[in-house]
Write a protein that binds this ligand. Structure first.
Ligand code: LFR
Length: 500
């Protein structure tokens, strides 16, 4: 058929990967071309991302993808949300901050003095998270760090700009800044003015699926790219791309968990829900691809496990057999879940990370519980706490939206955690459909392939329409829908079922 090759760059908070994808009406295959660590750097100024190192890895990854498949048509970049670079005259001002940096501690109150949280939520629809871009910008402002800035780019947009020379704010990620109107889907310049954030910093929003442009000639030369390799804006917020590839049959009856460093738990809607109930239950309304809304809550996620393993590994020195996660999960399977302490996975003390087992101990003592007695017990307690949080959020989402949730999809790295998938089915009382693991890269690739016109045959009735005498398929007004894309994911990456 008319399958295309595209490159999906997916930047996660602990590692990045470059994937070569082959996408067509009956084909959806990924090949990992490169994977690299993304290690934050603690400087006297705070915790930063190594943006140039990441970009170097993106360039090298794309170059090797092009070497193995010279027919690559486009590149799309997604990454974690909210973080940004400040620019002056086209140059970076300083190293971008990591969202887990603690500099927003005072900025949150300062921002709420200008615009109370309830008013922020009514305008931007976002759950309270202390690292939302608007609070980070408030911290910058209070420290005088916005002076002289004439531009701002979220990190995936920064890399797209470096590749193409085109500056834009891809909408799904822009919706995590707190400065995009939840209903208007445009920058809320009144809100920015009230928060004392110069709206002039914000580049024009573009929708996912927009062809940003060709590689800059210098970049094309360095990468050995032929003419015609373009950069396509995808759902550049990683969660937006992941949800594109959740193989939901009927989004009105499904919940999803995008399970990685964070667990993003919620439902997909056509319009935001900005009620008091939604705000009080901690929901966010982030923008998805095709104007959908991700009504979800950020649960602390696999971060609790990865920080625990990191702590144990540091204590063990060279011998890392006792901190091997698959092994600990296998041991944790055999433990009685009622025998481990219960705690709130969303306790804000977990956000900066560090010695998570010690933090769990502190929480247990406060709540008059015994602390876990072994690493496997910590692992079990964490999985129990996450599954409990998932079940609560899914029940809240159903209540607040008035929907009946009948199935829970899990995508992302957490699909590999069979214990967590099983506990999720148990706690929610619903079937869990687990997979695909690489939903984010798949969603990224699907949006590129659709933008390149390679998926027209997925449109219902497309084949009939191509027959002589009928209307030309390409002149139809309906485009290949998310449901068509998801059906392709379900066919090519059938999920695994866990029954309650
Ligand atoms: C997931 C994610 C979440 C966002 C958090 C911080 O990788 O993008 O959606 O809340 O990271 O950016």
């Amino acid at each position: 058929g008319d399958a295309v090759s595209v490159v999906a760059v997916d930047l996660g908070a602990s590692s990045g990967r470059v994937m070569l994808a082959r996408v067509g009406a009956d084909e959806l295959a990924l090949e990992e071309v490169s994977r690299f660590d993304n290690r934050p750097v603690a400087l006297p100024s705070g915790l930063h991302w190594d943006t140039l190192g990441l970009y170097r890895n993106v360039l090298d990854g794309v170059a090797s993808a092009l070497r193995s498949e010279p027919a690559v048509r486009s590149v799309g970049i997604d990454g974690w949300a909210v973080d940004y670079a400040l620019l002056r005259a086209g140059r970076l001002i300083g190293a971008p901050f990591h969202y887990r940096d603690q500099r927003t501690a005072d900025a949150v109150d300062a921002a709420h003095e200008l615009v109370p949280f309830a008013e922020l939520f009514a305008a931007n629809g976002l759950q309270h998270l202390p690292f939302t871009t608007a609070y980070q910008l408030t911290a910058d402002r209070l420290e005088g760090a916005l002076a002289g800035a004439d531009g701002l780019l979220l990190l995936p947009d920064l890399f797209a700009w470096w590749l193409t020379g085109v500056r834009a704010a891809e909408r799904t990620n822009a919706s995590t800044t707190g400065l995009l109107g939840a209903r208007s889907r445009e920058w809320d310049t009144d809100l920015a003015a009230r928060l004392d954030v110069p709206a002039g910093l914000l580049p024009p929003p573009v929708d996912p699926g927009t062809v940003l442009g060709p590689l800059r000639p210098e970049v094309a030369a360095e990468l050995g790219a032929g003419n015609g390799v373009t950069v396509v804006a995808v759902g550049s917020h990683d969660t937006a791309s992941a949800v594109v590839a959740v193989p939901m049959r009927d989004p009105a009856r499904a919940a999803y968990i995008s399970s990685g460093t964070w667990s993003l738990v919620g439902v997909e809607l056509e319009a935001p829900v900005l009620t008091d109930e939604a705000r009080e239950a901690g929901f966010t309304n982030e923008l998805g691809v095709d104007g959908r809304v991700r009504f979800l809550h950020n649960v602390m996620g696999l971060w609790l496990l990865s920080e625990s393993v990191r702590t144990w590994r540091a204590a063990d020195g060279d011998d890392d057999s006792a901190s091997d996660l698959p092994r600990l999960l296998a041991e944790a399977e055999l433990i009685d879940g009622d025998g481990v302490p219960a705690f709130d996975a969303d306790d804000p003390r977990f956000l900066p990370g560090g010695d998570v087992p010690a933090l769990i101990d502190a929480v247990c003592r406060e709540t008059g519980q015994e602390t876990p007695r072994s690493r496997a017990e910590y692992v079990r307690a964490i999985c129990e706490a996450l599954a409990t949080a998932y079940a609560r959020v899914i029940a809240d989402a159903a209540r607040v939206t008035g929907r009946a949730v009948e199935v829970v999809h899990v995508v992302g790295g957490g699909v590999r955690n069979a214990l967590l998938c099983r506990l999720t089915a148990e706690r929610t009382g619903l079937p869990v459909l687990a997979g695909p693991v690489e939903a984010t890269a798949l969603g990224n690739a699907l949006v590129q392939a659709r933008a390149l016109g390679a998926l027209e045959a997925l449109r219902p009735g497309a084949l009939e329409a191509l027959r002589p005498g009928s209307h030309d398929a390409s002149s139809g007004t309906t485009r290949v829908s998310l449901e068509d894309l998801r059906a392709l994911v379900a066919r090519t990456h059938p999920p695994r079922t866990y029954l309650p």
